[in-house]
Ligand binder design. Structure first.
Ligand SMILES: C[S@@+](CC[C@H](N)C(=O)[O-])C[C@H]1O[C@@H](n2cnc3c(N)ncnc32)[C@H](O)[C@@H]1O
Length: 364
């Protein structure tokens, strides 16, 4: 259940989510905030900024990622942080934490922040009305207690902004609550969440709870692709020590590089006894993001392209969009060694090098 107090205890699954957020921003910031470029980082469900044990919350993680980044180029662009929090006491707590932090580590003149007390939907509506095109890039973290209050049409409008990426948490417990809900009272709410009424058929037709959960998950992903207009959408799930899924993180972007960096962040998170991340996009149990045996991806690539002539770029696109992996060169190398592919590189190309994305590759 969602806590009622202003601050609450940090649990393992939030800690894990924070590691992902930080690692992703470490990669995202220097790519997008550069000379003459401006970025907007939104924490749409910001929380109070700290936990009972003194650990920092997501808004301070975002600010620290920016302040501690070594890339000097960051300060040649501009960045704005927008923190949205509905609960006035939590918003006040967050303001206080930010002020205390920035007193000792001020932001440079190229960075600003705002705490908006109110609903995510209202904050986004006013942002979109005032025009988001003044930003070159946006990152939106959508982290409600449940999976609500972030309608699909708002996500679609955000994704229409220049280079906007969204990271959405989707609590598993909340999906279960959804399955048990009295739909007559929630219909409109769920219609707007999914941006379709198709969830109603799923709840009626699915033979069991697991199938229903999976279909709802797949419908949400599909909606991010077709309604919100994302080109790459994957879901990552965090499993706890009892091997049950705590939550899904959906990441949606129009850019291959964004998805590549998000996967890199996911692959970097070491499993602890308490949690492990999997790619949950496909059916089945989810692929653990630690098994980097190149033979696994080599098989996926081969099965997909068998008998075709494609380019290295086509292969990269497939790997980033449709598999749990982001690195593929050792897998191609393996296929080349086994004679399963022929690479038509320029003269003098060393075997096992694939940096030219235009190189044709013939699969046997
Ligand atoms: C899961 S907590 C956020 C935790 C925070 N992102 C972190 O990682 O440290 C969700 C927060 O969203 C706030 N909230 C609930 N409904 C909201 C809404 N419609 N708009 C904005 N914030 C909301 C809650 O008060 C709560 O503080």
């Amino acid at each position: 259940m969602a806590p009622q107090s202003v601050i609450w205890k940090l649990d393992d699954h939030t800690r894990a989510k924070h590691v992902i957020l930080r690692k992703y921003l470490d990669a995202w910031l220097p790519i997008l905030i550069r000379e003459g470029r401006s970025g907007l980082l939104i924490d749409g469900f910001a929380g109070p900024g700290e936990y009972v044990g003194g650990e920092i919350g997501s808004p301070l993680i975002m600010i620290s990622a920016y302040q501690q980044h070594r890339a000097a180029s960051l300060q040649r662009g501009t960045v704005k942080f927008l923190f949205v929090e509905l609960d006035p006491k939590r918003a006040a707590h967050l303001r206080q934490k930010l002020q205390a932090h920035l007193q000792y580590q001020p932001l440079p003149s190229t960075a600003t922040y705002e705490v908006y007390t109110g609903r995510f939907v209202d904050a986004m509506t006013s942002l979109l009305a005032s025009g988001c095109r003044r930003y070159d890039a946006m990152f939106v973290f959508i982290d409600p207690f449940g999976f609500s209050h972030a309608p699909m049409d708002v996500i679609r409008n955000l994704m229409a902004c220049p280079r906007c990426e969204v990271l959405i948490t989707f609590m598993h417990e909340e999906i279960n609550r959804f399955l048990e809900a009295d739909y007559r009272t929630k219909q409109q709410h769920y219609d707007s969440l999914f941006g379709t009424t198709a969830w109603q058929t799923i709840t009626l037709d699915a033979p069991d709870v697991q199938t229903r959960q999976r279909r709802l998950h797949d419908l949400y992903r599909q909606q991010l692709l077709t309604v919100a207009g994302a080109r790459y959408v994957r879901s990552f799930c965090m499993r706890n020590s009892r091997n049950t899924t705590d939550y899904f993180l959906f990441f949606a972007t129009k850019h291959r590089r964004g998805m590549k960096e998000m996967k890199r962040a996911m692959w970097k998170v070491d499993p602890t006894g308490n949690f492990v991340f999997s790619d949950c996009t496909g059916m089945g149990q989810g692929f653990l993001l630690h098994n980097d045996d190149p033979a696994i991806l080599a098989k996926e690539i081969y099965d997909h392209f068998r008998g075709k002539r494609v380019t290295v770029d086509d292969i990269e696109e497939f790997v980033i969009a449709d598999t749990a992996f982001f690195k593929y060169k050792s897998s191609l190398s393996l296929l080349e060694e086994k004679g399963k592919i022929v690479v038509y590189g320029s003269e003098g190309r060393r075997k096992g090098t694939y940096s030219d994305l235009t190189m044709p590759v013939l699969f046997s």
